[in-house]
Design a protein around this ligand. Structure first.
Ligand code: BTN
Length: 287
């Protein structure tokens, strides 16, 4: 029975040492410089390796430079803090110490289904959080914001180098507010796990859980199992069924978010019953 529980906790990302006579010890590992060691035994399709830095401008920049030097798929760049963290649509991303700031290098062969990459990244954060910490109120806002009570808990930025239909590399940037303080300027917009749960969260088990979920979903994506991805994303979504306002390429559309198409685009039906399909943009939940 104890063994079963230990295995269950391990599958959620917790790191538990076992000693033949002394029993088990749950490790609270928040030291990301040790992440490389703790990712090496993960049962994943891709082999993940960690490049850890104490501080940098953006983990996206480091991952890009290493990608251009030929680094293999599965490289995970992690920083303790970033001075020029980037968000979507050219926004600043505040990345103080205590958060989980990672960039994952991928080298997919084909472009097809890649538009779902940002969806699966957000989904893997939500699944890791609900699996490891049992937080159920974490929701996805299209395309890939992770929200808790409408405040941003995590964000995703997908960048890459693509030519015609050839993909050189893709960098998936994932930022999770874990134990970091939230700056005053964005206090009304963002929230950390520490403030939700009232205690610090060990980041290494969270990273393990996140990588494991990401790896499974990424494998579904490259094998074109899009229906499963769309269904799961919809299950965790707070956008679908809501009245929303979308700002997309200078156009503003207001209506009910009806669902996702198989390519990840959002279907909106406006007050006149007209259907709109949105491929990129900023969503505001109205009610
Ligand atoms: C967003 O919500 O606008 C996307 C935020 C993405 C933040 C992550 S943190 C790791 C990676 N490095 C960056 O500079 N940005 C991404």
């Amino acid at each position: 029975m104890v063994h079963k529980i230990i295995e269950l906790l391990r599958s959620k990302g917790y790191i538990i040492e076992s000693h033949p006579r002394r029993g088990y010890k749950l490790l609270f590992i928040d030291d990301l410089s040790l992440a490389s060691m703790y990712l090496s035994d993960l049962d994943t399709k891709i082999r993940y390796s960690v490049h850890y830095v104490r501080s940098c401008t953006s983990t996206q920049d480091i991952a890009k430079s290493l990608a251009e030097l030929g680094a293999p798929e599965g490289l995970v760049v992690i920083a303790e803090e970033m001075s020029q963290g980037r968000g979507r649509l050219g926004r600043k991303w505040y990345a103080l110490k205590g958060g989980l700031w990672v960039s994952i290098l991928l080298r997919p062969k084909y472009l097809r289904t890649l538009q779902l990459l940002s969806l699966i990244s957000g989904l893997s954060v939500v699944k890791a959080l609900s699996r490891m910490l049992g937080i159920s109120n974490v929701k996805l806002k299209w395309p890939n914001d992770v929200l808790y009570n409408e405040k941003k808990l995590a964000g995703i930025l997908v960048e890459g180098s693509v030519e015609a239909d050839e993909v050189h590399y893709i960098i998936v940037g994932i930022g999770v507010n874990v134990n970091n303080d939230i700056p005053k300027e964005i206090e009304n917009l963002a929230i950390s796990l520490k403030s939700i749960l009232g205690h610090e969260i060990p980041r290494v088990p969270l990273l393990r859980s996140l990588i494991k979920e990401f790896d499974t979903l990424y494998n579904e994506l490259i094998t074109c199992n899009t229906e499963k991805i769309i269904n799961e994303w919809t299950k965790y979504s707070s956008t679908i069924g809501r009245k929303v306002k979308v700002i997309t390429f200078g156009e503003v559309i207001e209506g009910i978010a009806k669902g996702l198409r198989s390519d990840g685009s959002l279907i909106i039906v406006d007050d006149y019953g007209k259907k709109h399909v949105v491929y990129a943009g900023d969503v505001i939940h109205l009610r």
